[in-house]
Design a binder for this molecule. Structure first.
Ligand code: SF4
Ligand code: SF4
Length: 100
């Protein structure tokens, strides 16, 4: 899987179209302690399959690989936490990103 170092994420959105599983989405609201002007991107764990397609897409290296817990029963892929409130991303409609 991947994780994002929130302090390093500028919210530039460049990584979003690199995820074919729509696991990289903008948080609906910035956390109150955030100092950057734009809201961060988060990894929706229930969507991320660990393909690493996104890993080189971040200009600030905020995206990095993490290992799932060795005990598969504890894997977040099997027991994902509730997804965070995220903004919808328009990929294919008029004005959308137009790539997966
Ligand atoms: S590419 Fe990096 S800095 Fe930009 S939104 Fe994605 S994680 Fe954040
Ligand atoms: S590792 Fe793959 S599924 Fe997970 S966020 Fe990156 S591109 Fe999406």
């Amino acid at each position: 899987m991947v994780a994002i170092i929130e302090a390093d994420c500028t919210g530039c959105d460049l990584c979003i179209p690199h995820c074919p599983f729509e696991a990289l989405l903008p948080l609906m609201e910035s956390p109150p302690e955030r100092t950057k002007p734009k809201r961060p991107i988060v990894v929706v764990e229930s969507q991320c399959v660990g393909c690493l397609s996104c890993i080189g897409s971040c200009p600030t290296n905020a995206l990095h690989e993490i290992k799932s817990p060795p005990n598969a029963k504890d894997s977040p892929l099997l027991h994902p936490p509730p997804p965070p409130a995220t903004e919808p991303v328009n990929r294919w409609k008029k004005g959308g990103l137009r790539w997966a």
